[in-house]
Design a protein around this ligand. Structure first.
Ligand code: EPZ
Length: 420
């Protein structure tokens, strides 16, 4: 297993180019199952998660070519069964269920199982499928969804923490080939949902309202092949913005969509970080000094839960008390005890973490527990005095393309080593 060895204390300087969005690419890859014609998807990040999804599509019978960020996928003849061994590796693979149900009127998918950041049930996905007329049976750890035909309907897809991103994506894809009109109320508004809707419309679907809480899908009888370029990864963008500020550096972020990051930019400004949008490139640097700030994670366009951990690393450096409240996932504070190993002062009170910021961090060996927690530990290691070893970086490779190389280009002293 690999680790990152970081010598901290170096302000990041220079330019970094953001990769395509993991969370947009995954459902778009699944959507290619809706047609037997070839699809070309550009700007796909080379990550273990996108490679897992490619394997899952191949296991269903699709031909997949992946080269230089471009995927060519043809799901000419497919089967409707995805086994546990593949699905358990990546929860996001649940979004093949909608396309299989739409195209084959049957889908047998392993239940994704628990996740370290929360229970993450799929009851809303299944509720949506049932509302389209599917019969759902759960047995032996598998979901069996079958339907003579799918019929459009109006449904409310809000849950315990508000809307569901992949639930909205899954039901939207299933409804593209249903008879009649489907209306999804309390739909997720994330940019990744909009990007998927744009791809589906390029395939001949009739979707309107994506990006808002009400999405309308008029079913069509067939979809065709299409070409699409995935949006930039807004979570990777936020991660590099925070790394620049945490190291007191000056970084220009290229291929970034500032309009997807309003809540993050607003909160960073509040914390004393200056962000200038220069023709689509974001110039990020710390202002006079960092300030404490309170953060609450919410569905889009609120502050993203996928940036909560990274923001905690920054606020650990800001003098004063910051309160970070996690409203989306019930156990997404695994990074707190690891940040404490670097000297951060953080207490957990129910859904909130109380950060007493301002104390300098010092390097130590730490353990990554999940994708975004590992990014937070890398940022803290870059800001800390001395050496930090971040273990289990396979978590990070799931969602960040060549992160260490990009950081080295910005002057960071970071290298990948074999874990002892
Ligand atoms: C997507 O997961 C992202 N993953 C997650 O990013 C992200 O954290 C999450 O959306 C929220 O923004 C991908 O896009 C691949 P949800 P998703 O369904 O769709 C509850 C990362 O770091 N819920 O919007 O699985 C659920 O438990 C990952 O890149 C139900 O109760 O998340 C959670 O509390 C981590 N029933 C809340 O809704 C359901 O049927 C939001 O989950 C579905 C969800």
């Amino acid at each position: 297993m690999e680790s990152f060895l970081i010598k901290g204390g170096v302000p990041l300087h220079g330019e970094v180019t953001i990769s395509g969005s993991k969370n947009a690419a995954l459902p778009i890859m699944a959507a290619t199952l809706l047609t037997d014609e070839p699809c070309i998807i550009r700007g796909v990040p080379d990550l273990s998660d996108t490679r897992f999804m490619a394997q899952i599509l191949q296991s269903l019978g699709a031909q997949v070519k992946f080269a230089n960020g471009t995927l060519t996928i043809r799901a000419k003849k497919i089967r409707g069964y995805a086994d546990y061994e593949l699905v358990r590796k990546m929860r996001g693979s649940i979004c093949i269920a909608g396309p299989l149900l739409a195209r084959l009127h049957k889908a047998r998918i392993s239940l994704p199982g628990g996740c370290i950041i929360g229970a993450r049930p799929i009851n809303l996905h299944l509720k949506g499928f049932e509302s389209l007329g599917a019969k759902i049976k759960i047995e032996g750890g598998y979901v069996d969804a079958t339907a003579k035909k799918l019929v459009g309907s109006t449904m409310f897809l809000g849950g315990r923490a508000g809307s569901t991103v992949l639930g909205t994506a899954n039901v939207m894809m299933a409804a593209t080939l249903a008879d009649g009109v489907t209306v999804i109320e309390s739909a997720a508004c994330e940019p990744e949902v909009v990007d998927l809707a744009n791809f589906l419309n390029a395939m001949g679907a009739k979707i309107s309202g994506a990006g808002g809480p009400t999405i309308t899908i008029s079913g069509v009888s067939k979809l065709h092949g299409a070409e699409h370029t995935v949006i930039p990864d807004r979570i990777e963008t936020a991660t590099f913005m925070i790394a620049a500020a945490a190291t007191n550096g000056e970084v220009t972020i290229k291929n970034a969509r500032a309009d997807h990051l309003n809540a993050v930019i607003d909160k960073l400004n509040e914390a004393g970080v200056s962000i200038q949008n220069r023709g689509g490139n974001l110039l990020v640097r710390r202002g006079k000094k960092l300030r404490a700030a309170d953060v609450t994670t919410l569905p889009y366009s609120g502050f993203p839960t996928d940036v909560q951990a990274q923001m905690m690393s920054l606020l650990a450096l800001a003098p004063g008390i910051s309160i970070i409240t996690e409203r989306i996932f019930e156990s997404r504070f695994m990074h707190v005890s690891e940040l404490a190993r670097l000297g951060a002062e953080i207490e957990i009170e129910g859904p909130s973490a109380i950060v007493k910021g301002g104390r300098p961090l010092s390097g130590a060996p730490v353990m990554a527990s999940d994708l975004r927690a590992s990014a937070a530990l890398v940022i803290a290691g870059l800001a800390a005095k001395g050496a930090t070893q971040v273990n289990r970086i396979y978590h990070l490779d799931r969602g960040y393309e060549k992160m260490d190389a990009k950081l080295r280009k910005l002057g960071a002293r970071i290298r990948r080593v074999e874990e002892k």
